[in-house]
Design a protein around this ligand. Structure first.
Ligand SMILES: [Zn+2]
Ligand SMILES: [Zn+2]
Length: 266
């Protein structure tokens, strides 16, 4: 499995991904908003885009479909419950469905509601030397979580983090739909000023261009993504300044909801 990250160079800071079979050069494009950038990169690499996949229905993820279909004739895959809103979807998918690319790649769909009610992540399990990979759309960002302001539900997002994302192997590489790392690390450090992993990552990445940002793993995220750190004493103590009704050990769900709410205004 070959993975190519394509930077959209737009204000939304979108990342697109091309996932290809190393044997056949057939590729799937994830959320190819900037279709031209994806097509150009595929051409440089000698890959042929044979499928389009949308993680969810927002226009900054689906807006390149028409151009990509016109250029490649590729089918469009997306969550069955988002298909109508996206339009032009040829294959409606659900949890645990498999997406095959060429001869050598099989990805599994994970139903991950929260940012929107119909959101899919693509998961590639570990294979021999290759660690697992998660194409997480707007559910999980580097050091952050998607907002729930446009058709989402923070309770569902909590369930997705606790019931799905937290169950994946720590070695899983995270490939999100947007580049928000530095801003999210600032949010972490505002909650947990003594978080050394967040501070080190911020230092390492401050001067990097967006397209050069490192790929994190779920092990990294556990260290500097507050949405995975719901039992951190420092985090809870900081949140209690605004949530004076909390005891010393609020339920993880309460901490998650408070963080999501705070991040909307931060
Ligand atoms: Zn979105
Ligand atoms: Zn987005």
């Amino acid at each position: 499995m070959l993975i190519e990250r394509v930077w959209a160079a737009n204000r939304g800071r979108n990342f697109h991904y091309l996932i290809a079979c190393s044997e056949t050069g057939e590729a799937l494009a994830v959320d190819p908003l900037n279709a031209d950038a994806c097509l150009q990169r595929a051409q440089q690499l000698g890959w042929r885009i044979r499928q389009i996949f949308n993680t969810h229905e927002h226009a900054d993820h689906t807006g390149g479909n028409a151009a990509m279909v016109a250029a490649t004739g590729a089918p469009v895959l997306a969550h069955a419950a988002a298909a109508e809103r996206i339009g032009g979807v040829t294959h409606g998918l659900k949890h645990d469905d498999l997406v095959r690319i060429g001869r050598s790649v099989t990805l599994r769909c994970l139903d991950t509601p929260g940012h929107t009610r119909a959101h899919l992540c693509l998961y590639a399990p570990a294979r021999s030397e290759r660690p697992p990979a998660l194409f997480s759309g707007d559910t999980l960002f580097n050091a952050g979580a998607g907002n729930c302001l446009h058709g989402g539900d923070p309770l569902l997002l909590y369930d997705t983090f606790a019931g799905c994302l937290s169950q994946l192997p720590l070695a899983t590489r995270v490939f999100p739909g947007h580049e928000y790392l530095l801003r999210n690390l600032d949010f972490t450090l505002d909650r947990e000023p003594s978080n050394a992993a967040a501070r080190n990552m911020l230092k390492r990445c401050t001067d990097l261009a967006a397209e050069a940002m490192p790929v994190t793993t779920l092990a990294d995220e556990r260290q500097f993504n507050v949405f995975f750190r719901l039992d951190s004493p420092e985090l809870i103590a900081e949140l209690r300044r605004v949530r004076s009704d909390w005891g010393v050990a609020p339920a993880p769900r309460e901490v998650f909801l408070a963080l999501r709410e705070l991040r909307n205004r931060w």
